[in-house]
Design a protein around this ligand. Sequence first.
Ligand SMILES: O=C([O-])CC(=O)C(=O)O
Length: 154
Amino acid sequence: MVATADLYDERGEELASLPLQLRDLGGVTEFSGPVRTVKCFEDNALVKAVCATPGEGAVLVVDGGGSLRSALMGDLIAASAVEHGWAGAIIHGAIRDSVAIGNLGFGVKALGTNPRKSAKAGAGVTDQPVEIGGVVFRPGAMVWADEDGVLVER
Ligand SMILES: O=C([O-])CC(=O)C(=O)O
């Protein structure tokens, strides 16, 4: 994959750059694909459901409202995402089982970790534009992530 810094030099402000300093918690640190989205708050039933559908190389962007009070993804959901062909996940929130997730062939950038699980009621929405750190992620826009950060088509 082309490095995000080189991609920015090529395409400049056609791409939005996420200023948030997310942690690289997956076993893969360079990943890209079309955006799919989930917006939820301390409830990960939608994340689990979407990760169990065909990903076709997409990157799941989860707007968790920045909450670090409960985990939106654990190793079972991440393994399901790998099995279903997702390239990775960018999570404005927390994950758990980070050691196991770090051993999966899957990209995960998240704010941090928390062993506490989320609610499972299914509150939230899928496949709508979400805004994280001042950057809008539209379903279908290409996103690129690596050790330097995250770029997404405007
Ligand atoms: O069930 C959850 O909330 C997430 C989890 O632990 C997993 O994916 O393994």
